[in-house]
Each structure stands twice: as C-alpha cells, then as structure tokens.
Write a protein that binds this ligand. Structure first.
Ligand code: DGJ
Length: 716
C-alpha cells in the first residue's frame, strides 16, 4: 500500500520500495512533516505529530516541521506561501481540512494523495498533491492554491514543496553551478546555519544554477553508499531552491517558482498550480540517487511519443558553417554525414530571414531565398534520399529589432515604457504572456512543420530577461510574466506536439541554459552545452548525470582543435566522450580525412549497437574526472546481461599504469566476457563478483587516451 492513512493518529504514510515519507495533523490542525527516510518494519515505528517543543522567541508551530508553511504568526523560516487579501491582511493560516486519493481507480498506476488545507477566516484553500513513484523511490509534490471567495487574493510566494530533513548538523549540500560553456559543474559545500539559495532570476532555468540538490549527512555518502536526500524541480523559468538550517538544527529545502518580482492575482474561483518538485531518499549514495531520477525521467517524465524510442544519431551544422548555411553546402555535408551512418540531419541557425549573423532576422521564420533559392524542399529531398531524417533550428521566443516581425510589432516584446529595451545577443524577448503572440508563434511553426517534412526541431533561446514589463497586462497581472512566459513555451510546444507527434524536440538555450524536469515534459532531449571540447565535457556531463538521464544528454563530436579551448584531442577520445549520451556529429566533415571518416563510421556503428544500454541503462560513475586524471563511467543494461565502460586518461606520468577498474551493477554469479581493455588484449572472462572485487586492467598510455570496453554475459 503506497499510501496509508492511520485514522486514529491522523497520520499518512507514503511508502516507496525502500523509503517512507510520513506526515500527520497535530492538535491545532497543523499538517506536520514527521519522517523521511528508510522504510521501517512497522507503522507503529513512525513518529506521531506533537507540539511539545518550547523555546524562547519561537512558537510551537514555528518549531515543528510544517509540510507547507504559510507566512503567519511566530514563524520565521522560508514560507511556502505568502499572500495578501483584499482587506489588507497579509498572513495566511493553513489548517487541515480533508484528504482524498487520486486516481480513484486502483488500476491507474501512480497513486496520489491530496491533502486540503484551509484558512479559517478567508476562503483560501491549498491542495497539497503527493504522487508516489514506488519503483523509483521518489515522491512528487505540487500545490494548488484556490481562491474560494469573491474578492481577489494576491499570491506573493507559492512554492512547490518544502522538504524536511532530520534535525542535525554537519550536512553537506551538492548542487550544480555553471556558466555558458561550463554548465552543470558539481559543487559541494557544508551546510551551516543560514540560507543557501540556489536560484535563477533570469526568466529561464539558466546555465548558472540548475534546479537540483542533494544532501548527505555528517557521515558522508559516496557514489555507491550512504544516505542522500535529493530532488529536482520541474520548472523552466525563474526558480529557487533554498536550503535553510536553523540555529535549532532544522534543515529544510524549499523550492519552486522564484518569488522575486513575482505576484499572481487569484480572482474568485481561480486556482494557481505550482510546478512539481520531485525528491527522494536513498541509502545507496549519489549513484543510486541519480539512477532513481534517470528511471523516473525514462518512465514518467519524457513525452510519451518518443519516450521509448532510441535517440537517433544526428548531424548538426552549427560548428561547421555557423550562419553560412546554403543549400549546396548543407547538401555536401549531408552526403558525408550519411556516409558515416548519421540518421538525422539538422540545419542550425541561419536558414531564415535576413540571418547572416546574429544581428538580424530572428522572428522571420521564412526561408532565406538567397541561401535556399528553391526553398528547403530540394535539401530535404536530398537528405531523405540519403536515408536520413531532416531537422531544423528555431528560436521562437526571440526577435532581433532588425527583423520584419519587430518592425511590424514593436509592442510584442517585454519592455517598460520610457525605458530602453536592453538587447542581449542583439535580441529582445517576445511577450509570450500574451495569447496573441503565443498564437502567432504557434501558427508560424505549425506552418513550417506542415509545409516541410521535418522530423526534429531544436528550440533555442539565447538570452535572459531584462525589463520584464507587460504594459497592456490586465490590472494587477503584470508580474505574472515570469510564470506566464514559461506556460506559453509549454503551451506552444504541446500544441505543436499534438499536431506533429512524429517530431522530436530538443531544448536548447545557448547550450544547457534550459535543462530541467519541466522542459523535459515537453521536449525529448536537451543540448547539454555549447562547450563541445570532449575533455571539458567529461565534467559537464558528469554533473549533468547527477540530475538527468544520458538519453536526453546530447553530445556532439566536433573538430580538433576545438573552437573553445583550442585543445587538440584524438577523434576516438571525442567519440567516446560523446557516446556517453545521445550521440551527434557537429564537425565540418569536409575537413575530416579519409581515416577520420573511417573511424567515424566504425564508432557510429558501434554506438548503434550499444545505444540501448547507454540511453536506457543504469549509470555508474566509477571514477570522477574532477578527482584526478583518470575517469570511468559504466552503463549496465536493465537485465544486466550487457554493460559498457568508458575510460579516459588525461595524461600519463612517470610511465605509470592505470590502476584496476572495478565494475558495478553486474550479476555476481554470472560470467562475463570483457572486450576492448587493450589494443591486442584477448577478452577477459570473469564473474560479475570478480569484476567488482578485482576489476580489470585497462591499457591506457600517453595523453588523452580513451577506451570503450564492452561487457557481455558469456553464454557458452
Ligand atoms: C546557441 C546554441 O547552443 C548553438 O548550438 C547554436 O544553435 C546557436 N545558438 C545558434 O545561434
């Protein structure tokens, strides 16, 4: 029973395969959090609600762990909700009212508990939703805040969830920080009293912080052992996750839409629904935490149409031609891409409007006839004739002032009257809070997808917000843009998906600036980073993998030296690094030698053999690229009959041999054959237990050496 209610104790016990999450109503009607950790043998083991703690300058409610604290009374921790009523009252009191289960039918797979809280004096109701993902050991929470009265209510903070950890000290926070071309860098810091805010106020998820956290206790977890509480927020706009430790040892993680400059008007009978915040607990370390999140994405998050299909090997023109795309040039690249086994050919920026560089053309989504005199049809025909699908780049939320669209509709961008409109990458942001702008973008993209046989869309967004004004907004609604914009993006994507279910969508924002569980409900994959240096990528991808599954992680093989660091890397190293996610090719194939093309053909063929394991398997981060010159990542198939291992050596020194690498996640008693450990090495035959205990010798010498090692169950 994943959701149990103990009537007498007024307590709910949510259980997943290995964990339990418990809450209950105390004598004042306050919904308290009681326990989140390992599943216990008896229901009677779980704590019961009480309000017995007293401390000077505090109140019993303020000292309790409240499930969804509103700002009221003697309570000073981060509130989940803050609102003002029409009469000027600015506090909300939330008291338990009722609860029910969703879905009503036991046949539906995800059980959901809804607990309703109400304000005793005002007609405000908060429904707390809890979805229990048993097999993934995760709980997903969101809140619906409803104005049941006649007068408007203004929400000033409306978080998705507050997660409470056992009181104590010495905890450590792991988070993903970054920048353009340096996203998802894993950072760790000790938690002490105060607040540590992970956030974006930029209108998009951002490169700078990603909405994911993990916390381990004083005893410290490792990759494969120890307690970790972790979670990720499903929101693609401004967000915050506040990790707060009080002087009395409470530790809470509050997260949701960022309240900065946010206000939402709830008219009579209107409901505001927060994004979801999913979280889990494990005793299996950071590795188990991320594998649970990966499985959750593969089973429940990614859009259904392409969820279970393998991601195709794509070619993308960006680094090869930048804005200089032409029918002839792309056709030439397409021939080469097809020859090495690419399955999907994507034309990036530059195919539309007056788009010769980044100063003009954004917003004018019609084909540039100088570059494509006969439209896109001849190129698409050629790509299809070569046996590939065709894809295209768009940046629908943005406009260059130097564009027909902006000349016609200068009022369609976010702006404050009497203030300059600050450009970034020479562009402004279209106001997707407006329904007419949403409809226009939908129509243009729908026309594009209806006129051409396009199977893939890369949806980019290359700036963050400034002057977030909406001068024509209905009274009291101008600060809603932070939410309405994101809803607009989701709305357009959903309508397009409905009309064009075969199209695969990729989320991009100047690389990995919009990667989160929210966008992953509407797009099938993400562009991880504009940094395509295969060595830097090891760390970006490692951080990425803590929160997101390899299937959505696009990684291209590009030219050497790489444009960013001028680093020269062997082609095999570049391939191995990119093969750890969904593989793409992004180099200028016209400049690849015959030998390069031969190796590329081999590697792409090999990737097709292993992609099921990489894209859907269980990832074990064996050796971290952040902790030395040797890194290793292992992917194990669901049935554990196969695995692949990627090993990278930064630089050999003193003639040293790399230490044995111990494998994980295999069947201990089964016997496996391990191939590819060295240039002329015979396959190694060992049991799963031996591979875990003794490990394998891997031949790696020199600088930037790498190996792709295959592990297969020995059948005879
Ligand atoms: C930023 C993206 O991350 C790149 O891959 C490329 O699509 C450019 N935008 C195009 O302007």
């Amino acid at each position: 029973m994943p959701i149990e209610y103990l009537e007498e104790a007024k307590t709910w016990i949510l259980t997943t395969s290995k964990t339990a999450y418990v809450m209950g109503v105390d004598e004042t009607g306050c919904l308290q959090h009681l326990y989140w950790g390992a599943r216990l043998p008896r229901n009677a083991d779980y704590p019961r609600p009480s309000l017995t703690w007293q401390a000077a300058f505090e109140s019993p409610r303020g000292l309790a762990y409240e499930e969804y604290p509103a700002w009221e009374g003697i309570k000073y921790r981060e509130p989940a909700v803050k609102a003002s009523f029409a009469d000027g009252v600015r506090e909300v009191i939330l008291t338990y009212d009722s609860h029910h289960l969703l879905p009503a039918s036991p046949a539906a797979s995800i059980p959901e508990l809804v607990i309703s809280l109400k304000d005793p004096d005002y007609a405000l109701q908060v429904d707390l939703h809890y979805r229990v993902y048993e097999a993934c050991d995760l709980i997903e929470r969101f809140a619906e805040i409803r104005n049941n009265g006649a007068k408007p209510v203004t929400l000033e903070q409306a978080l998705s969830a507050v997660w409470s950890l056992p009181r104590g000290s010495g905890y450590r926070l792991s988070y993903l920080a970054g920048k353009w071309a340096g996203e998802t860098q894993l950072r760790r810091t000790e938690i002490t009293e105060g607040k540590f805010a992970l956030e974006s106020r930029r209108g998009l998820t951002s490169h700078q912080m990603n909405p994911w956290f993990a916390i381990d206790p004083k005893e410290r977890a490792g990759e494969e052992h120890g307690e970790v509480w972790f979670g990720a927020l499903a929101w693609s706009g401004s967000w915050k996750i506040v990790v707060e430790q009080t002087s009395l040892g409470h530790l809470v993680v509050s997260g949701g839409i960022n309240d900065f400059d946010f206000a939402w008007l709830l008219e009579a009978n209107e409901t505001f629904r927060t994004p979801a915040f999913v979280a889990g607990y494990t005793e299996g370390g950071f590795g188990a935490a991320s594998r649970n999140l990966h499985q959750f994405q593969l089973r429940h998050v990614l859009p259904k149409e392409h969820r279970h299909k393998p991601r195709k090997v794509l070619y993308n023109s960006w680094e090869a031609t930048y804005f200089g795309v032409t029918e002839e040039g792309q056709a030439q690249l397409a021939e080469k891409a097809a020859a090495i086994g690419v399955e999907l050919f994507v034309v990036d920026d530059g195919w539309f409007g007056a788009r010769d560089n980044d100063t003009a053309g954004l917003g004018d989504w019609y084909v540039n006839r100088e570059k494509f005199p006969n439209g896109l049809k001849p190129l698409i025909g050629k790509v299809h004739a070569l046996g590939m699908e065709f894809g295209i780049w768009v940046e629908p939320e943005m406009v260059n002032p130097d564009s027909d669209l902006y000349r016609k509709h200068p009022d369609w961008v976010y702006h404050f009257p009497n203030r300059p409109r600050t450009e970034s990458r020479n562009q402004l942001i279209l106001n997707l809070s407006r329904q007419d702008v949403r409809d226009y973008i939908f129509t243009v993209l729908d026309d594009l997808l209806s006129s051409y046989e396009i199977s893939f869309v890369k949806w980019d967004a290359n700036r963050h917000f400034s002057q977030p004004g909406w001068p024509e907004a209905p009274q009291g609604r101008s600060r809603e843009i932070w939410v309405r914009h994101v809803q607009g993006v989701y709305y357009i994507l959903d309508r397009l998906r409905e009309r064009h279910p075969n199209v695969v969508f990729e989320s991009c924002s100047g690389g990995g600036g919009r990667v989160d569980l929210g966008i992953l409900q509407h797009t099938d994959q993400v562009w991880t980073s504009d940094n395509t240096d295969a060595f830097d990528r090891l760390r970006i991808q490692e951080g990425f993998s803590h929160a997101y599954c390899p299937k959505v992680m696009m990684a291209w093989v590009t030219d050497s030296p790489n444009f960013l660091n001028q680093r020269q890397l062997p082609l095999a190293f570049r391939f191995h690094s990119a093969m750890m996610g969904s593989l793409g090719i992004g180099g200028n194939l016209n400049e690849w030698s015959a030998e390069d093309m031969k190796l590329a053909r081999q590697k792409i063929a090999e990737y097709k053999e292993i992609r099921q394991i990489v894209q859907e398997g269980r990832l074990y981060r064996l050796l971290s690229p952040s902790e030395g010159g040797l890194s290793a990542f292992q992917y194990v198939a669901d049935d554990k009959r196969k695995a692949v291992l990627f090993v990278f050596l930064h630089s050999q020194q003193f003639g040293e041999r790399v230490p044995r690498i111990r494998l994980r996640g295999l069947l201990p008693e089964a016997v496996y054959e391990v191939t590819g450990t060295g240039t002329d090495q015979a396959p190694v035959v060992l049991s799963g237990k031996a591979l875990a205990s003794i490990g394998i010798e891997v031949e790696l010498t020199g600088d930037f050496a790498s190996r792709l090692i295959r592990v297969d169950l020995k059948t005879s």
